[in-house]
Design a protein around this ligand. Structure first.
Ligand code: PEP
Ligand code: MN
Length: 335
């Protein structure tokens, strides 16, 4: 059960609500986000919720059967839209395209990519500076210095910066230079990191873990929400299966199922999802047809020379072709 408190609910009113709920045998968790104040109540007893709804200080009360209550569609029936400045929005009636290289490599590369994105009217650029790599000998990113020039150059053009944070201690040093914090698949269940990102007033793009179920994925989002940050974007990026013909198995079933279960926007990363350049386009289109709110895709002016993930990275010609088709596909499903 979720009780949303009125903005002017007094401490005394809140205490009265809590003791009433506890009397029904419920455990009460207070959740204060950047937007609102809730009591998330866990229990089983069946009672008429009007007994709570009529109390002073209560805005509304909902019974929610899902374990991950705050991200549940049962409670918040309207899809959540994530708003950034300059009118950039993610979710509902709008296809978000987030494109850019796997890794930020140089100022020249950022410049060339931004020029291209601007021509394509794309407002969100991705690019890792802290890279989780399977081998410690692979390129691991330019770090904070890379983020600084990426951010400066992107902001000069009103393009938003989406980049991965790998550990708690990086949040503060990255904060000023980031518009959306990405949590990578390998950190999808790093609960300390999720807790801390819950305290940050910037959106979080949360990737599904390599072997997390949708329930676990939603629980990770719930961690961020219940710590205070309601602005979460879920990203399906493929899971580990027995199939070896491609890097991961892009689980497009997840798109309609997640959209049914949660009010949060759901986007898809076909680049990591299949890991093979020539198949990125069909899987991106399939994701849009399945109902995705956006696509996260790796692009590079010279994929053959990319420092990481070149094999799954589109060149600009391929990217332009994809973007055109994505927009057509989205117009079709949005009808
Ligand atoms: C990435 O986006 O470059 C990345 C490392 O993704 P993932 O965490 O999904 O592997
Ligand atoms: Mn990558």
């Amino acid at each position: 059960m979720i009780i949303q408190l009125k903005a002017d609910c007094t401490d005394k009113q809140k205490a009265a609500i809590i003791s009433k709920v506890q009397a029904f045998g419920y455990k009460v968790n207070e959740v204060t986000t950047f937007e609102r104040h809730y009591l998330v109540c866990v229990g089983k007893a069946d009672f008429d919720i009007r007994a709570i709804g009529n109390l002073r200080g209560v805005q509304d009360v909902h019974r929610v059967e899902d374990a991950n209550m705050l991200v549940s569609h049962q409670w918040r029936v309207h899809p959540t839209v994530i708003r950034l400045d300059d009118g950039v929005e993610i979710g509902r009636n709008n296809l978000s395209i987030i494109a850019g290289p796997c890794s930020i490599e140089s100022e020249e590369q950022v410049q060339i990519t931004l020029d291209f994105l601007q021509r394509q009217h794309i407002k969100l650029m991705r690019g890792g500076v802290f890279k989780p790599r399977s081998s410690p000998y692979s390129f691991r990113g330019l770090g904070i210095e890379g983020l600084k020039f990426f951010s400066r150059m992107a902001r000069e053009r009103g393009i938003k910066v989406v980049t991965e944070v790998m550990q708690v201690s990086q949040i503060e040093q990255m904060y000023d230079y980031v518009d959306v914090f990405q949590v990578g698949a390998r950190n999808a269940q790093n609960f300390n990191l999720l807790d801390e990102l819950g305290l940050v007033d910037k959106p979080v793009l949360l990737k599904r873990g390599l072997s997390t179920t949708l329930e676990e994925f939603l629980a990770s989002a719930e961690y961020i929400f219940c710590n205070g940050n309601e602005r979460i974007i879920l990203c399906e990026r493929g899971i580990r299966t027995f199939e070896k013909s491609y890097r991961n198995t892009l689980d497009l079933n997840a798109v309609p199922v997640l959209k049914h279960k949660t009010h949060l926007p759901v986007i898809v990363d076909p680049s990591h999802g299949i890991g093979i350049r020539r198949f990125v386009e069909p899987m991106a289109l399939a994701a849009v047809m399945a109902g995705a709110d956006g696509i996260l895709v790796e692009i590079h002016h010279e994929p053959e020379l990319a420092y990481s993930d070149g094999d799954q990275t589109l060149n600009f010609q391929e990217a332009e072709h994809l973007f055109r088709k994505l927009r057509t596909a989205y117009a079709l499903v949005a009808q």
